[in-house]
Ligand binder design. Structure first.
Ligand code: T4K
Length: 408
């Protein structure tokens, strides 16, 4: 049971164009409605755990709560090792080093910029490959990018949609490459019934505040590879292997005890969060039905999902651009996001360092210009979803008038 629903009441209806905030009307939401409002559950339970942490005077450095969090994550996934981290970005950097990636690594451009940064930050060239209709790497577009300098592939299970793991495995075997996954969005999801977290040499989760399950800031590397796990563990703690012994290059990637208890409390409420997210998704699906040119990203009924992302694509048939809808929604106080516009290849330093041949990433470009992420999670109420869907329907069905007014 998730009690954290927002309380805004009496949302005014939009009866005419003049009522739209973008044309001077009052905004639907005075308190902005965010995409990525954290799922905060079990407040009392969390406070009790926090008191225990303070009493123990053990605040960080591989503490009891972090160990318990790692045990619970590994158990949920069914994987041998979970190494908790301060965030997924550091987790990816450490996993990349532990897997000894170098030279060039193939990644999607349609992802949060951290996926590319973690490579470039350590002097490895991210080579951007196109996606397919799943929003994940298109296995058919990878082999053309492999060179003698390629050492690995990092797939991203975007929005919990899993990569074609089998095809990526086959490519890696053929070319002797390492396969890692950026699984920042995919905790609690399965592929063919197998929990994400068990694929490739290692997977990296994010438990950032905006994620389905959060530890304020946090992340984790999961793997069945004993050597890789112990290497990640050492690197997370400056490379220490004994009280005064440092056996490898390391960094500070530690999760602290406060983050771990937030994670443990979130884990206790995981099923309730999924249920709320799923109900939100079903409501969006019903209320967006039949709007021309609008496609809601669907979730497979045959897999476990966390339903953390409500993603719509605004196609040409909608007759109104994604960007105009974005501005129209922002004026109403609904802070929809264009994740992951404009694509890593169009951000610095990549745009300057590795100019992309025109039309090399057609699916990426299409997704970058059509996708909008809408608010969901335990902080969004059914009436708010109703208002969002009604506004989308109104704007698209009245597109000609909205556009004519927009131009004046
Ligand atoms: N790989 C992928 C595929 C990722 O998506 C990410 C992170 C990573 C790797 C790296 O993971 P970490 O190192 O972060 O663990 C946000 C998050 O900061 C980022 O973690 C996330 N992906 C990305 C998709 O979204 P921004 O720049 O959009 O954040 P920001 O500050 O605009 O917040 C997003 C929305 O959430 C805002 O509308 C406000 C709302 N919000 C945010 C926070 C932090 C709240 O309502 N409460 C909050 O406490 O990156």
């Amino acid at each position: 049971m998730i009690p954290d629903q927002s309380t805004s009441d009496n949302l005014p209806a939009k009866a005419s164009l003049d009522d739209l905030a973008i044309f001077g009307g009052a905004p639907l939401f005075c308190e902005p409605l965010h995409v990525g409002r954290p799922n905060v559950c079990g407040g009392e339970q969390l406070l009790e755990r926090l008191r225990e942490v303070l009493k123990s005077r053990w605040l960080t450095n591989d503490g009891q709560q972090v160990r318990e969090f790692e045990r619970r994550i590994a158990e949920t996934i069914g994987v041998r090792h979970c190494v908790a981290m301060c965030n997924a970005t550091t987790g990816l950097q450490i996993a990349i080093r532990a897997a000894k990636l170098s030279g060039e690594v193939i990644v999607p451009s349609f992802t949060f910029v951290a996926t590319a940064h973690v490579l470039q930050w350590q002097g490895i060239t991210p080579v951007f490959a196109d996606i397919d209709e799943t929003y994940c790497l298109d296995p058919g577009r990878i082999e053309e990018l492999i060179t003698p300098r390629t050492s690995g592939i990092i797939g991203v299970h975007l929005w919990g949609h899993t990569c074609n793991v089998e095809a990526l495995n086959a490519i890696c075997e053929r070319h002797n490459l390492s396969l890692l996954f950026d699984s920042a969005h995919a905790f609690g999801c399965t592929r063919h019934g197998v929990m994400v977290g068990r694929f490739g040499r290692a997977e990296v989760f994010s438990f950032h505040a905006t994620k389905f399950l959060n530890t304020f800031e946090g992340g984790a590397v999961t793997t069945d590879d004993d050597e890789l796990a112990s290497s990640c563990r050492a690197m997370r703690n400056f490379g220490f292997s004994g009280e005064d012994e440092v056996s490898s290059l390391g960094i500070n990637g530690k999760m602290n005890e406060i983050e771990a208890v937030m994670g443990l409390t979130s884990l206790d409420h995981m099923e309730g969060i999924i249920e709320t997210n799923r109900n939100n998704y079903l409501q969006y699906r019903e209320e967006l039905e039949g709007i021309p040119g609008l496609n809601l990203m669907s979730y497979s009924e045959n897999e476990k999902n966390n339903f953390q992302y409500i993603v719509v694509e605004i196609e040409k048939d909608a007759g109104i651009t994604r960007d105009l809808l974005h501005d129209l929604f922002h004026a109403e106080g609904i802070l929809v996001r264009r994740y992951f516009y404009p694509g890593c290849h169009r951000m610095e330093p990549y745009r300057s360092l590795y100019p992309i041949v025109p039309n090399a990433l057609p699916e990426t470009e299409r997704a970058c210009s059509t996708v909008l992420c809408l608010p969901t999670g335990t902080a969004v109420a059914a009436k708010e979803i109703r208002a969002i869907c009604a506004l989308l329907r109104y704007a698209i069905l009245n597109r000609a008038r909205v556009l004519a007014r927009w131009k004046t």
